[in-house]
Design a protein around this ligand. Structure first.
Ligand SMILES: NC(=O)c1ccc[n+]([C@@H]2O[C@H](COP(=O)([O-])OP(=O)(O)OC[C@H]3O[C@@H](n4cnc5c(N)ncnc54)[C@H](OP(=O)(O)O)[C@@H]3O)[C@@H](O)[C@H]2O)c1
Length: 289
């Protein structure tokens, strides 16, 4: 037995497995492309034979896959009795997917927490990596000592299983407004004779926002922190969530149309700051045509 398992070794899963190992935990890992585990195996991780086997090998398993469809498909074939194992799913998804996952694991006698990663992989294991976790408070308390090594900024959002996912969307929405507002602010500065660096150094809301302005200053769009295409995919989910929940989506649709236009114009692989290339020109929102 190990202490914690990790299913999914994309950049996030690898960062989490490494963090658990660095904290001295015994870790089992599984990934579809198992070669991505090679570096982790070198530093002590144990390889599982399947996703189901990975769950069986530890009392606690963190699942971090591209989406919930993938995890559902993978875990459908796992043992029908997961024998009181605890699963924490941290990949991006919608609130209703968190509820469905909770039902799925309950039907297999497993305990389930659902969470969200509000940070980049390089922030995992630091005090800057915000992580949200929802679910049964006793299950959270029992697993908190291991999970807390992922970030000192890990927050329990309450017993309602879908709250971490909902807050993740709310956070994304907030960041979107800050980022697009900052790019508009940089445009105002430039039109008035100040450069983007002045914006970054004086009024940028935070480090990432200042970084966006500096990408514009140095035209370093091709070294993306968060590429336009990642945001374009996220916008689909965000707008979908607004529609499904009955929240007004007009503002999100406007921002989404800007990002989609940047994507369609071939800026998908560039940093989000490249959206300034779209908003610096006259823009008619197709959503309003
Ligand atoms: N990276 C970030 O900055 C960031 C920030 C916040 C949240 N997140 C979320 O964290 C989750 C993981 O992100 P990530 O960046 O680590 O990588 P990702 O590219 O979103 O997901 C990669 C993982 O999903 C697996 N996968 C994809 N399709 C699969 C399939 N059909 N069958 C089995 N496995 C499949 C991959 O396996 P293979 O290796 O075999 O392809 C890999 O383990 C995502 O939900 C993402 O939205 C990421």
């Amino acid at each position: 037995m190990s202490e914690v398992s990790v299913i999914g070794l994309g950049p996030m899963g690898v960062a989490m497995a490494r963090t658990f190992l660095s904290a001295g935990h015994k870790v089992t890992v599984w990934n579809r492309t198992i070669s991505k585990a090679d570096d982790l195996l070198q530093v002590g991780a144990i390889k599982a034979e399947s996703a189901g086997d990975c769950i069986k090998r530890s009392p606690l398993t963190v699942v971090c896959l591209n989406n919930y469809e993938t995890s559902e498909r993978l875990l459908e074939s796992a043992d029908a009795n997961l024998d009181k194992r605890t699963i924490v799913q941290l990949g991006t998804g919608k609130p209703h997917e968190a509820r469905r996952a909770a039902d799925f694991f309950a039907s297999r006698q497993a305990r389930y927490l659902d969470g969200a990663l509000l940070c980049a992989p390089d922030r995992v294991g630091t005090d800057q990596g915000m992580i949200l976790i929802a679910g049964d408070e006793a299950v959270w308390s029992a697993n908190q000592p291991v999970l807390r090594c992922l970030s000192s900024n890990i927050k329990f959002t309450g017993p309602q299983i879908d709250t971490a996912k909902l807050l993740d969307f709310a956070y994304l929405s907030q960041r979107l407004g800050t980022f697009i507002g900052a790019l508009q602010g940089v445009l105002l500065c430039q039109a008035g004779g100040l450069d983007a660096e002045t914006f970054a150094a004086t009024v940028a809301a935070d480090a990432r926002t200042a970084q966006l302005a500096r990408v514009v200053q140095h035209a370093s769009f091709d070294v993306p922190v968060n590429p336009v295409e990642t945001w374009a995919a996220g916008m689909e989910q965000l707008i979908g969530q607004a529609h499904e929940s009955g929240a007004n989506a007009e503002v999100l649709e406007f921002f989404g149309a800007l990002i989609e236009r940047a994507n369609v114009e071939g800026l998908g692989k560039e940093d989000f700051a490249a959206v300034i290339k779209v908003i610096s020109r006259t823009f008619r929102n197709p959503a309003h045509d």
